[in-house]
Design a protein around this ligand. Sequence first.
Ligand code: GLU
Length: 321
Amino acid sequence: MAGRGAGRFAPSPSGQLHLGNLRTAVVAWLFARSSGRAFLLRVEDLDRVRAGAEAEQLAELAALGILSDGPVVRQSRNAARYDQALGRLQAEGLVYECFCTRRDVAEAASAPHGRPGFYPGTCRGLGEDERERRREQRRPALRLAAGVGSWVIEDLLTGHVTAPVDDFVLRRNDGVIAYNLAVVVDDAAQGIDQVVRGDDLLESAPRQAYLASLLGLPAPTYAHVPLAVSPGGRRLAKRDGAVTLEDLARLGWSPEAVLGVILASLGLPGGSLAAALASFDPARLPRDPWVVDPAVLSAGPFSAPAGPACKPSAPTDKVLP
Ligand code: GLU
């Protein structure tokens, strides 16, 4: 695998994958394969774990033909890597203890000069005596002492993306390593140089790329794919109806037929991943959310909706709030 790079799909094992998750996995596979990269699956099980979900998710992906080229990595086994990265940042004086509760953080963000979702560094300047006193009341989270206010990444679908970088959490106050640190460390350790995922994570990418730079790691190439939404425009969820392979199987949908719907939504020929790969062109991917109507799917596979028309569109620069 060395030398050719890798792409990946990294689900959190919190439940079955729905059509939107499966579509993102298909797009990640197509990006990796079409660029000569390996494709890896990683189970992000530091948080939000439901017993049995990992096996279900891997089986759902396999049913669509999506397999990992290497062993499936589980984040829960990577504690030593995360501690090492944290240690490196601590040695450089880039980590501090934060005693704020969720409520403190929310209040700071909604204060007159606060910014939603942006931690203003409340605990950065606490002296040792004060920290000592607070440790007795609350176990601290660890935050990055960020040296920038924003960072830019290049996204293959969105173009330049500038997003704020605050003193984000590296280790939560319950001791769990934060997603932003784990993802950066794991991508680098696994040789992943192409990150394709849902665009709900677009705003996190500049933070992650900045963190990679602090750890002396290369930032990957990014492509953030528009999410699947319900007809009402909300992010697709299981409560919207039959949107998992298991639900759809009960309505007569084979995994191949579901794959056909996903590929049609991407403007690609159905039939197989191999056929889709032959016509895959990132520049022609739809740039709008995919509207999934479970009521249409519930009528069964013979009324499979055609995918939306796909017009090529140029990436646009984006500055996130
Ligand atoms: N585990 C994350 C999720 O399921 C994805 C993380 C990533 O792709 O960077 O939402």
